[in-house]
Design a protein around this ligand. Sequence first.
Ligand code: KIV
Length: 266
Amino acid sequence: MPAITLTTLQSLKQKGEKITMLTCYDATFAHACNEAGVEVLLVGDSLGMVLQGHDSTLPVTTAEMAYHVASVKRGNSDALILADLPFMANATLEQTLSNSAMLMQAGAHMVKVEGALWLAESIRLLAERGVPVCAHMGLTPQAVNILGGYKVQGRNENQARQMRADAISLEQAGAAMLLLECVPSELAAEISQAVKIPVIGIGAGAETDGQVLVLHDMLGLSITGRVPKFVKNFMLGQDSVQSALQAYVNEVKAVTFPGIEHGFSA
Ligand code: KIV
C-alpha cells in the first residue's frame, strides 16, 4: 500500500486541506512527484496528446495505459496511483471490469472513468469488486466529438442542475472521488460541498477539495503553443523541475493556485 490511501484523501477533505494531484506517466517523474509531496499521480489518457502527439485522447489503448501505470508504479512509493480507462474501454460492463482489472493489476489503486449518470451501474459493480472509482465530469475529453470542442460545461442552469444531481447520484452509486474539468467555479464549489467524497478540479476554481494539472502544461511544455486558461507555468521563477513541482504543491496547499484568472464563470 502507498502512504497515501483513500482514507488519507477523505480526511484531507474533512480537515479542509487541499489535495494535490498531477498527471504522471513514468518512473522518474513518479519519484520526483513523491519528493515534492504530490498525493495522487494520475496516469491520464492525456498521454495520447503529450507523449504520443495525437490531437485527442481517443487513440490511447488500455494496453498502453497499463504500460505507463506499471512504469509509474516502479518509481512510486508514497502516492495513490489513479489510472484512466481510455476511450471505449468501458463501452460494456464486461469491458469495464476486465480493463479495470488490467489497470489495477499493473499497479493502479483507483480507476477514472469519464461521463455522467450513465456511469452509475459500472461504478457500483467496480466498487463491489474492490475497485475504487473516480468519476470525471464536466468537460470529458473522450467526448470531444459530441461536445464540439474542449468547452466549459455546466454554464446554463439546466446543465448545472443536472451536473449537481449526477454528482450526488454517482456518490450514492459508490464513486470514491469526483474530478470536475472546465466547470464554472461557483458550480464546482457547490458540488464539492454537496458530496462527502473528495472533488478534484481542473479549470474548476479554487473551492474544490484538490487540484490537478497535466504535468507537461505546468512545466511550460506544449506542442501546439495553445495553453488553456486554467494552466499556470510553474517553471517560471524556478531553477529546476523539482522546484517547479514543489511550487505547485505549495501553492495548491496554500490556496494561492488556482487564482480567479484560472477559473470560469457561469
Ligand atoms: O487524462 C488526463 O490527464 C486527465 C486530466 C486532464 C484531468 O483526465
